[in-house]
Ligand binder design. Structure first.
Ligand SMILES: [Zn+2]
Ligand SMILES: [Zn+2]
Length: 369
């Protein structure tokens, strides 16, 4: 492990008041005990930046489905106790040695991964984008459901004053992961797309494929409210995947050709099968949602003759996050409707409940520590 394994600073330090670096001694943080399965807001020491690191005062941090997976024990714990939260924005509060690009007061959004430094890709200078053993914030090192978070200087993207920090936090993962999926699909303008599942990922895919010039855009979800939202955000058609004429409608909408690209944000066997069958010649199906379902592509001859591609997608690269800050700053991308609620850190359990129960069909519930 890297510097994250060092013990929390001593009680003597914690009572010493503000140090020379301007950071307070302690802060509030939501700490998840992976063995006990408990999440509690505690007073803990503020992390100090080591060489190449910065400490960011957190402005906002999202609550994501993968946080729930960690809290539910579906993701193997990397640390006995960890601060969750990997969708964060804030203001640089302290910089370590060798971080000349950043200064105290800079507005930033945080990429959620840092390079391991030792895998073959890292040894050949690949860095965060190609690391084979990416260290993920909130899983391998403490995340941002806290007043301060420590991270590598390489994980920061500058946020101009015109972009609210709450919007910047939504860009990290909830928008950047679907944006990366468009890259994975090698989508070109005027190609037809189908988007299965209109939660946070799928709803943002509607907006992003629209920006990228997809035509037509077909959005699919069993919830009428999710379909209406997709139409308002730029989908040309919205279908209920459970309707028996949906496969025929997909053919008709694409003038018999089938889809050029499909995005499965559900990741279950029925959505996969329907999306794969809807692909046209040289169609690509990108899997974004996650489930343990076994998947089957149907008749081999159909898959081969039609030159179909099925591709798994996860996460995003730093340039994706930078692109999205640019698109938001220029007003091309408006994600103001994606901030479903902003809660104080103490109400983290309420935020988790709203996401679990899909109360009000939230896109992103944010914490403001
Ligand atoms: Zn996330
Ligand atoms: Zn590496």
């Amino acid at each position: 492990m890297t510097s994250d394994a060092r013990p929390l600073e001593t009680a003597a330090h914690a009572t010493a008041g503000p140090a020379a670096d301007g950071l307070p001694a302690t802060m509030r943080a939501a700490r998840f005990d992976t063995a006990a399965g408990t999440l509690t807001v505690q007073e803990v020491p503020v992390p100090r930046p080591g060489a190449g690191e910065v400490v960011v005062k957190v402005a906002a941090c999202g609550i994501c489905q993968s946080d729930l997976s960690q809290l539910d024990g579906h993701i193997a714990p990397r640390l006995p106790v960890v601060t969750p939260g990997h969708e964060a924005s804030g203001v640089v509060a302290a910089v370590g040695d060798g971080t000349e690009l950043w200064k105290v007061g800079d507005r930033v959004v945080l990429g959620a991964g840092k390079a391991c430094g030792t895998c073959p890709a890292c040894r050949f200078g690949g860095g965060t984008n190609t690391c084979e053993n990416l260290q993920v914030m909130a899983f391998h090192y403490d995340g941002a459901w806290a007043e301060y978070v420590r991270t590598d200087a390489t994980t920061l993207i500058a946020v101009p004053d015109s972009v609210p920090l709450e919007h910047a936090a939504v860009l990290a993962d909830a928008v950047s992961t679907p944006y990366g999926a468009i890259d994975t699909a090698q989508l070109r303008s005027a190609e037809s797309v189908g988007i299965w599942g209109l939660g946070g990922l799928g709803t943002h895919l509607v907006q992003l494929t629209r920006i990228c010039g997809a035509s037509p855009i077909v959005a699919l979800d069993p919830l009428p409210a999710a379909r209406e939202r997709a139409l308002a955000l730029g989908a040309d058609f919205a279908l209920d995947p459970a309707d028996e004429d949906t496969p025929a409608r997909l053919k008709e909408i694409t003038a018999g050709k089938g889809l050029d690209a499909a995005f499965d944000c559900v990741g279950r066997a029925p959505s996969f099968t329907q999306a794969e069958r809807a692909l046209g010649h040289r169609g690509r199906l990108v899997l974004v949602g996650i489930s343990p379902d076994p998947l089957a592509v149907g008749p081999e001859i159909h898959f081969v003759r039609n030159r179909h591609t099925v591709i798994g997608h996860t996460g995003y690269r730093m340039e994706h996050l930078e692109d999205l800050v640019e698109l938001t700053a220029r007003g091309r991308l408006d994600i103001s409707g994606s901030v479903s609620a902003i809660l104080p850190l103490e109400e983290v359990h309420e935020g988790i409940r709203r996401l679990r129960e899909r109360e009000g069909n939230p896109i992103r519930v944010l914490l403001r520590p």
